[in-house]
Design a binder for this molecule. Structure first.
Ligand code: ATP
Length: 425
C-alpha cells in the first residue's frame, strides 16, 4: 500500500489545513472522502494546483454544507449533478458524490447514478487522472490507484482506461493532447491508435457547440497554446473539430508576438481589466479567416455575443484604418476614434500582428493617455449655461473631447471656457 505522506508534506500549509478539515468532516459524518483526479496527479508530480476535487461516498452536497462553515467559504450547489463548489481566497474545492456514468451515444452527456469510489474512478479519462487518496480514518492518506496511474506518470504516458473511452466521450481527444503537451508526456501507442480511430470515425464532430467552445478555451488557456494547437492540427483533430479550421495555416510567430504583447499589457497595466488571453490566441489562430468564415466559426463554436463581437470587430478593421494608425500624421482624436470602440483583446492583437513601429507607438499612446478619456463637464452645466437639451449637446461634447485629446483643453475650467466660446459662436 502506497502512503502519500511524503507528497502531502510538500503541499502549501493552506492546502494541508484544508485537507485536515475535510478529513474531520469525513470522520464526524462517517462519509468516506477522497482527493481525486488532477489534484492527486499534480500532487505526485509536485505541480502547484489550487483546484481540489473531492469525492464522497455519500452526498457531496451534504458534505459541502457541513464543510462550508468551517472554511467560511462561499458555496455554489449544482443540484442536478449532486455536486457543490466551495471557494475562498484563491482556493476552490469541488465536492461530488461518487458516481458511475453510462453513455448512450458518442458525444452525448452521460447518464449518472450514485455509486462507490471504485466505479467513480472507472468513469475517468486517463490512468493519471484516475487515482484517489483516502483522507478519512484520521487522515490515512492511502493512494488508491486501480489503473496503475502512478506508473504511467513515472513513464510520462497518457493512457485511456478502456478501448471505448474516446467513443464514449470524444472531448477526451482534446484532453489527451492537453495533458500530453502540458507535461511533455506521450500519448501511449495503443491510446493513440484508439484516438485516431475515433477521429477517423468523426466522433469529434458529434460534440455539442457548447462543449466545443469549452474545450477550445481550455486548450488556448494552457501555457503553450501554439504547441497545443500544432499537435491538434498535426493529428487532423482541429480540422475535424470544426470545418473552418481546415482553411487555416497556423502562424507560430503570430502566437509568439501575441504572447509578448500580452506580457507587455500585464506588466504595464496590472490594474486594468484582466485580458481574456485565450481570445487573443484565438485571433492568432484564425488570422487567415475572412469576416464571413469567422462568423460561421463563432456559430459552430457557440461563442458568446461579446466574444464574437470582439473577433468580428478585428475582421472589420479596414485597411484604411490601419493605414491611418501607421501614419505619423494621425491626430490624437483620430487614434481615439479608431481604438476606443475596440476591446483590449482586439487592440493587443493588432499590436502583435502589425510590424509598424508607428502603429505600435500609437497603440501605446492610446493605452497610456487617451483610453477612457471623457468630458468632465455634465449636461447640467450646459443647461445652466443656457443651452437647451437636444442634438447640440452631442456636438459641443464632441468638440470639447476633441480639444482635450489634442491637449488644448486640460482642466474642467478649460472645458467650461471652451463651451462658453462655442455657445457664443
Ligand atoms: P486541469 O489541471 O486541467 O484542471 P483536471 O484533471 O483537474 O485538469 P478537470 O476538468 O478539472 O481536469 O477534471 C477533474 C477530473 O475529472 C479529471 O482529473 C478526470 O479524472 C475527470 N474528468 C474530467 N473530464 C473528464 C472526461 N471528459 N472524461 C472522464 N473523466 C473526466
Amino acid at each position: 500500500m502506497i502512503k502519500m505522506r511524503k507528497y502531502f508534506s510538500k503541499l502549501p500549509e493552506e492546502l494541508k489545513n484544508l485537507i485536515a478539515q475535510v478529513a474531520k468532516v469525513s470522520d464526524d459524518s462517517r462519509m468516506p472522502a477522497y482527493l481525486v483526479g488532477g489534484f492527486v496527479r499534480d500532487m505526485l508530480l509536485g505541480v502547484k494546483n489550487l483546484d481540489m476535487d473531492i469525492v464522497v461516498e455519500g452526498s457531496g452536497i451534504e458534505f459541502a454544507q457541513k464543510l462550508m462553515p468551517k472554511l467560511k467559504a462561499k458555496i455554489i450547489i449544482h443540484q442536478r449533478f449532486g455536486t457543490a463548489t466551495l471557494s475562498f481566497g484563491k482556493l476552490k474545492v469541488d465536492l461530488a458524490s461518487a458516481r458511475q456514468e453510462t453513455y448512450a451515444h458518442p458525444g452525448d452527456l452521460p447518464e449518472v447514478s450514485f455509486s462507490s469510489l471504485s466505479d467513480d474512478l472507472k468513469r475517468r479519462d486517463f490512468t493519471i487522472n484516475a487515482m484517489a487518496v483516502s483522507i478519512s480514518g484520521k487522515m490515512d492518506l492511502r493512494l488508491i490507484d486501480p489503473f496503475d496511474g502512478k506508473n504511467d506518470l513515472a513513464g510520462r504516458k497518457i493512457r485511456v482506461l478502456h478501448d471505448l473511452s474516446f467513443q464514449d466521450d470524444p472531448t477526451r481527444i482534446f484532453r489527451a493532447v492537453r495533458f500530453e503537451q502540458r507535461y511533455g508526456f506521450k500519448i501511449q501507442p495503443r491510446t493513440l491508435i484508439l484516438l485516431k480511430y475515433a477521429l477517423n470515425h468523426g466522433y469529434l464532430g458529434l460534440i455539442s457547440p457548447q462543449r466545443k467552445r469549452h474545450e477550445l478555451i481550455l486548450i488556448l488557456k494552457e501555457n503553450n497554446p501554439y504547441q497545443q494547437i500544432k499537435r491538434l492540427k498535426d493529428l487532423k483533430a482541429l480540422d475535424l473539430f470544426c470545418r473552418e479550421f481546415s482553411k487555416i495555416k497556423i502562424n507560430r510567430s503570430l502566437f509568439a508576438a501575441s504572447e509578448k504583447q500580452i506580457a507587455w499589457f500585464n506588466q504595464e497595466y496590472p490594474g486594468r481589466r484582466k485580458l481574456d488571453t485565450w481570445l487573443i490566441y484565438f485571433m492568432a489562430l484564425i488570422d487567415g479567416l475572412t469576416y464571413v468564415q469567422s462568423s460561421k466559426l463563432s456559430i459552430a463554436l457557440n461563442l458568446r455575443t461579446g466574444e464574437e463581437k470582439r473577433i468580428l470587430s478585428l475582421k472589420s478593421f479596414s485597411k484604411s484604418c490601419l493605414r491611418d494608425l501607421s501614419s505619423i500624421r494621425i491626430t490624437p482624436p483620430r487614434i481615439f476614434v479608431l481604438l476606443e470602440p475596440l476591446s483590449y483583446e482586439t487592440i493587443i492583437f493588432l499590436k502583435a500582428k502589425y510590424a509598424s513601429l508607428i502603429l505600435k507607438k500609437h497603440i501605446s499612446d492610446f493605452m497610456e493617455i487617451y483610453n477612457g478619456m471623457r468630458v468632465c463637464v455634465s449636461g447640467e452645466v450646459l443647461q445652466k449655461l443656457g443651452v437647451l437639451p437636444g442634438p447640440k449637446y452631442k456636438v459641443i461634447f464632441s468638440k470639447v473631447l476633441h480639444a482635450k485629446l489634442n491637449g488644448s483643453v486640460k482642466s474642467p475650467q478649460d472645458e467650461v471656457a471652451l463651451i462658453r466660446k462655442l455657445i457664443k459662436q
